[in-house]
Ligand binder design. Structure first.
Ligand code: ZN
Length: 96
């Protein structure tokens, strides 16, 4: 099931994930929504739908993804910190 959304924050509470599709090579992946929301929050990036793609790249061809959709499918892409400790390290690095 796919849904539209306006903000990454909309994925956080219902624990939805983000389906990302590359218009160039057709590669498709699912990213953990709440984790992506947190990733954007610690970087203080704008989490609105039209801005999210600017921070993502296709893992195959490195181009920007063309299609972002909320999904209940399980994440298929690993990214970012894997533990609370790694999150703290990221925050520390960003805040200098
Ligand atoms: Zn691609």
């Amino acid at each position: 099931m796919n849904d539209s959304f306006d903000l990454l924050e909309n994925l956080r509470i219902p624990s939805m994930n983000l389906s990302v599709e590359c218009g160039s090579c057709g590669h498709q992946g699912v990213v953990d929504g709440p984790k992506l929301w947190r990733w954007f929050a610690v970087h203080r990036w704008n989490g609105s739908i039209e801005r999210v793609g600017q921070h993502l790249r296709c893992s195959v061809c490195k181009r920007r993804p063309s299609k972002l959709e909320a999904t209940q499918a399980q994440p298929s892409v690993e990214f970012g910190p894997r533990s609370e400790r790694e999150w703290q390290a990221v925050v520390k690095r960003l805040r200098g």
